[in-house]
Ligand binder design. Sequence first.
Ligand SMILES: [Zn+2]
Length: 460
Amino acid sequence: MGGLLAASLVGLGAIGAICDGAEGPFGVHRQAASVAYRGKEVKAASASTSSDADGVHFSLPFFFGPPVKIVTFGSGIPSSQVTHIQNLLNRVNSIQRIRDFLGVRMNHTATIVLVKNAADYQAELRQLGVSAGDASSLSEDSNGFTLGSTVVIPLFQNPTDVDLANVLTHELTHVDINQHISNIPSWMNEGMAVYMGMNGQKAIENPVDFASDEKQDAEDILQVVQSNQLVPLTGSEAAILSGQETYDYELQDWLAVCYLIAHYGKSSIQTLVRHLESENPNQAFYDTYGETVSAFNAQFTKALKQSASVASAGASLEISISPSYHGEIFVQPPNQAVGHGFKAEPGTHHVTVTASGQVQADLPPVGTKKSKIPATPGTMYVSLLPQRFGSVDGQKLLDAEMEIQIQNGLYTFENAWEELENNPMYDPSYLPEVLGVTITAIHDEAPNDPILTMLNAENA
Ligand SMILES: [Zn+2]
């Protein structure tokens, strides 16, 4: 803690001097501070240099590669929580992932400061030199913050390991970038960080849930495109900091990096980083991709517009049925009042739903039946009707449901639950499995949709 405190005070002094200036706290761009904002990230600027963590070198014996120091600020965080974060970082392998992606490794210690509540988060941000007003708003709605090589993680904004895997990998990507690149446009910085945050999340999340999270983030941007609100990729986030952001720019930044990876390969990012270490961003981009940023932006925007106009072409579900489940499976497509039934058989099966609402499966059909769930646009249900009504929690089990949402032609798993006699939504779960039946994959039937090509970059 002593070392961290010293580093923080040094940072405060340096930033404080700049923050007092007429340009305001974010007016002078020398070194990036990065802030996860409303669950997403914005980049702020400060006068700190990447050497602000100098003198804070720790080695952790459990950790291979560059050292990471995890500390707490404020009270109420047990040492078991610190150990949990250490173990999670190792499990996700964040540092190595980032190094492999960027092609450069951290050469200074990264300090991760855990805070438990908004008051401590705000106090720590203030100590790092963030203005009182910004620290106040950031402490309410950001889920991570990076300044130089210091990362602040508000645990209360990241309740699950999936959240933590994402935010830790995201922020440490900024640290690595901060240690090697002094001048990087916001969209490249955030695009790489969001890409890696998703990459870290993917390492530990259920694959159907991950793909659904990815698609829902993409849908947000496609809706921005449909409403003609999309702005060009931005170099600075002044609009965000001044509250003029109309949508999450960093999701757009992420898709731009996905587009680059999908079309030029993952290794092109290493080439870009190498150029950014010694060239101005426009030159670095041109030397890597052979075109200007504005030409790329036009091409990328065109792809988004094309994707926003693609109609749903249906989807194919891969379903795994355990031998313990005996009964029927009904698939109720969007806008239909009936379910299409099949007899469950153990093994892996495929159910296809076409754009016009036809349902096919490699299971024996048992006909259609009016569903108790009314026809719903944009929502599809997979219902399980067990052969024998068992008992759960002392109540009769009636059936179980899995909900799939469809937006911009993309199918995403939403949640699963059981219906009991006196509880219509028992034990809702984000995992796509219930009563021994699991959705193991959702394939969107839209091979020419550019957004699916972009999203596939997370599998590169
Ligand atoms: Zn960020």
